[in-house]
Design a binder for this molecule. Sequence first.
Ligand code: GLU
Length: 491
Amino acid sequence: MTTVRTRLAPSPTGMMHIGTLRTALFDYFLAKQNGGKFIIRIEDTDRERLVPGAVENLLEMFEAVNITHDEGPFLCDDGTIEERGDFGPYVQSDRLDLYKKYADELVEKGFAYPCFCSSERLDEMRKAQIAIKHTTKYDRKCLSLTAEESEQKIQECEANGDTYVIRMKVPEGSTTFDDAIRGTITFDHQEVDDCILLKSDGYPTYFLAVVVDDHLMNITHVLRGEEWVSSTPKSIILFNMFGWGVPIFAHLPLILSPDKKKLSKRTGDTAVEIYFKHGYLAEALVNFIGTLGFNPSGDREIFTIDELVESFDLSKVNSGGAVLNMEKLDWMNKQYLMALSMEDVTLRATPFVAAEITDVVKRALFIERSRVSQLTEFDEALKPYLSLQAYEPSILVWKKADVADAVTQLERMVTFMETLDDTAFSAVDLLESAIKEYITHEGLQNGNVLWPLRVALSGQEKSATPFETLWVLGKETSLDRLQSAIAALKK
Ligand code: GLU
């Protein structure tokens, strides 16, 4: 049985896009599910669109989401990039000789031809085609040159320092393929351009490089965005020209912005890094992006990466656009935050927190983790614990009680709390049972006691429970806050 080999083939043209992360995750799920390999290949042949740092950003994001590829470029601790794997180089600009060799082979076999047309001529040709509403494609002027004429022109070019390109000679007929997501797709070759395979600067175009590399790297499944569907017939024609096996193609649905428009920087956040900056956890992001357009089962939403690996199924991926539902992402993030230990939440929150990480802050983070949706909300959530904000004393009074009762309850609570030892303050549960026992024993109503207690501790009408706040603040600070509340009510 052939080993499943999937690849992510990003062009380093900017910060890693969430669409690229989705493709990477699906590649990863498929490869891991089948005991296969997941490869990263950098497609940097369009030299004008290169953005410095893009490869580093991609590899950093891979690390941040905790998915590891098996082959390709890897980021080292010192910031340099190192390649690992038996099918390298994994960066196309390091493979130029190979593409030249294969382009020459196609020319020799009569499947490709040199083209000497100037860009001015091509522009005019295009304009004329548009004017008569024809699809723009090369008019094959140079295909009519004889082998001798072509050879002579090549020599002239070399002598004069002029350039030429190699174009693919698209045969007559049509190409049909079974897309693993979209089903059978047919393209009439009338619609397929004699595209450039080798550019005048010696670099291959995407069309040639992708086929050569997918073949040489033994890629079995090509997963990529829907925008590449129309280039697939060119790939298949080339695979056939070389006599190579054709991989399985799966074109993933577009990702749409929350308002169902094409996702762009204007309609939503496109860069993976921005999601981290907003304070989403890697697990939540993997769960959210890894189920965009794919849901393993019914109503369930929360899946670990291993569960996604296990249940991934290309045939279950929807072909329609996948809308980014930010409320769902917030909800998912909250589910993952709620499951974090105190140590973990401290670790994740530290980069987002301005305050010094003290024991009080750690406890507050642990409590507040189930009340925020994003790590960026922690700074605000910590405020009431770090210092008591000024508040209107009337909010201390429970709706079914009065000022005098609030004062009585708070004073009695001070007396009671002074009897509690460090053990009682060591856990929320212990504080809760001690206080609840006291309420029952004294024959009091929860509201009369707990409302003023909670507001006195937090200074807020809405906050964590009084037991949680007591635990976070500790005995001394808690008593101080109760005394201030009593003083404010007595004024
Ligand atoms: N280099 C292409 C891109 O940036 C890859 C397309 C493919 O996966 O074949 O998106």
